[in-house]
Design a protein around this ligand. Structure first.
Ligand code: ZN
Length: 279
């Protein structure tokens, strides 16, 4: 099964140095690609999951309404795009509550799925699963089962749907998948990795996978977005490489494969037969 998901945030939210006081001075760009993406999904009859910031729901409620009106799942991506690994449990509880409130106020529907910014539910913040369960989250998509710049959970094991038990709370986990080429495993289905790898390789790896989940952003498609000056080659490369071709790669993905969202995937999985782990 292939799961199509997007993180709904502005082009600046990925920037860890970009604090809220600066956001008002940036020019919004999310509308440049969102209508095109929604039309393409509709053309192919695909329902996707959209992980939205609470901030987006308060600032551009109309965006959430339009995505929801087209039958997609509206999910949560925290309130202000802060890293869960840097939060204390009380702070995360408040942030999540505010985000869910803001999103549910717009859609009128209970949010069931969550993804942490930059996959920052790490081995040190397992308590996050208790907070998610408390607030009615059933599906988590925050596990990146290898290490990465800010997040990652290398001890998680295989990137396949898994039942997580943490202190009696059960969460259905949809981790990021990886593909194998020349004996090495790597992530290819979202963000900078999706922009980096050529389409033939992504297609090859997807064909081999029996489970895959994307994580795409409107900024992944937006070549003309303003650039932050990182004075760091690696960070600049990861942030901006491959923007020019990413949208045409997305169109190919849509044409070549079948896609479902998290809620549809949940119904396709026999949860009695997946791996169960106690964290
Ligand atoms: Zn994000």
């Amino acid at each position: 099964m292939n799961i199509m998901t997007f993180d709904i945030e502005e082009w600046w939210h990925f920037d860890v140095y970009s604090t809220e006081d600066k956001w008002a001075h940036y020019k919004p760009r999310i509308e440049l690609y969102l209508p095109l993406v929604l039309d393409k999904l509709e053309e192919k009859g695909v329902k996707a999951s959209f992980f939205c910031l609470g901030w987006i729901a308060r600032t551009y409620p109309d965006i959430i309404k339009r995505i929801s009106a087209r039958g997609h799942e509206i999910a949560c991506h925290t309130d202000m795009h802060l890293f869960v690994k840097d939060m204390r449990p009380e702070f995360f509880r408040e942030d999540l509550h505010r985000a869910l409130d803001s999103i549910e106020n717009v859609t009128g529907a209970k949010v069931k799925s969550f993804r942490a910014p930059a996959f920052t539910i790490t081995e040190n913040v397992k308590w996050a699963f208790e907070v998610l369960a408390e607030q009615g989250i059933e599906y988590d998509c925050s596990i990146f089962p290898t290490s990465r710049s800010y997040g990652g959970f290398p001890s998680f094991g295989e990137g396949k749907p898994t039942l997580i038990n943490y202190k009696g709370n059960t969460i259905k986990e949809f981790p990021i998948n990886s593909g194998k080429l020349l004996g090495k495993y790597f992530v290819f289905s979202g963000g900078g990795y999706f922009r980096l790898f050529p389409y033939w390789l992504i297609k090859h790896l997807l064909k081999q996978s029996d489970y895959a989940i994307t994580y795409l952003h409107m900024r992944d498609f937006d070549f003309d977005q303003p650039r932050f000056n990182y004075f760091n080659m690696e960070r600049t490369f990861k942030s901006y490489y491959g923007l020019k071709n990413a949208y045409s790669k997305f169109l190919k993905l849509m044409n070549d494969f079948q896609w479902v969202n998290i809620e549809q995937a949940d119904k396709m999985i026999d949860w009695n037969n997946v791996r169960k782990i106690d964290l």
